[in-house]
Design a protein around this ligand. Structure first.
Ligand SMILES: [Mg+2]
Length: 264
């Protein structure tokens, strides 16, 4: 897809202070790790995001993670004017300030319920992110089947509490129903007034942002979606305008945009 690649570079470097990069973290900027706390960014991520932001672009991390954990593991808080939309937008971080949805009592019930249906001996484990819980199956034999077996019981329990269950790569997430990456993108594009936007992701939760991106595309606004190819969620690369094979390749694309920005 060489022409699309050149078009993306051209559109995103044209007016840097009107460019927005809405980027997922795990699997997109950081190779998938065995545990979330090991998810370090691809080499050069901090440098390239800093270069783009220094030339005026807005950098937003749009993630299912909790903001403090993301910033700790990624080291990306130094990117100028970085915005973080954590927990699918239920938590927002900017310039060191965090603004979160209140944690409801329901989460205690969900936590207790999960502890009754998940046996640690299976290798499955629960990540507690405050107003979101994730059941991880990475490292478990047959992760999809293990999660598929649990999912109906989880849905039956959390549905009446007004919570939703969303699948991901070797994970099932339980989260607040009003939040997803499509809504984040919708709010961000309006807020930033961007004329060129690049949205990148690797998992099915990113498809909502891709759909929002398509709905914003117009004569005056370039919207590009970039999928990171994986065997675990092939529909993401297939559903994007352009795909790359790894976080390293995404960082290389961002570096080309930064260097084209510098030349203008
Ligand atoms: Mg991801």
């Amino acid at each position: 897809m060489p022409n699309i690649r050149q078009q993306i570079i051209s559109d995103l470097s044209r007016a840097p202070d009107e460019s927005l990069f809405a980027l997922d973290y795990d699997g997109t900027l950081a190779p998938i790790a065995s545990r979330p706390e090991y998810g370090r960014p691809a080499r050069g991520t901090l440098e390239v995001l800093t270069a783009l932001a220094s030339r005026g672009a807005t950098i937003a991390l749009v993630t299912g993670r909790e903001a403090a954990a993301l910033l700790r593991v990624s080291g990306l808080a130094k990117v100028p004017r970085l915005r973080v939309f954590a927990l699918y937008g239920a938590q927002r971080w900017y310039e060191g300030e965090t603004d979160s949805e209140p944690v409801a009592d329901e989460w205690d019930q969900v936590r207790s319920f999960l502890s009754t249906i998940i046996r640690p001996s299976t290798g499955l484990w629960v990540e507690d992110k405050g107003p979101s819980l994730a059941v991880h199956a990475r490292g478990v034999e047959g992760p999809s089947a293990a999660l598929a077996e649990l999912r109906p019981a989880i849905e039956a329990f959390v549905g009446p509490l007004g919570l939703e269950v969303h699948p991901g790569r070797a994970v099932v997430e339980i989260r607040l129903s009003e939040f997803d990456k499509g809504r984040v993108l919708h709010d961000l594009v309006g807020d930033v007034g961007a004329s060129a936007v690049l949205v990148a992701g690797d998992d099915v939760g990113d498809l909502a942002a891709f759909r929002a991106a398509r709905s914003f595309r117009s004569e005056t606004r370039a919207m590009w979606t970039v999928g990171i190819a994986s065997d675990e969620a092939p529909e993401v690369a297939q559903g994007a305008d352009f795909s790359v094979g790894s976080p390293d390749e995404l960082v290389a694309l961002l570096a080309e945009i930064a260097s084209a920005t510098g030349r203008r």
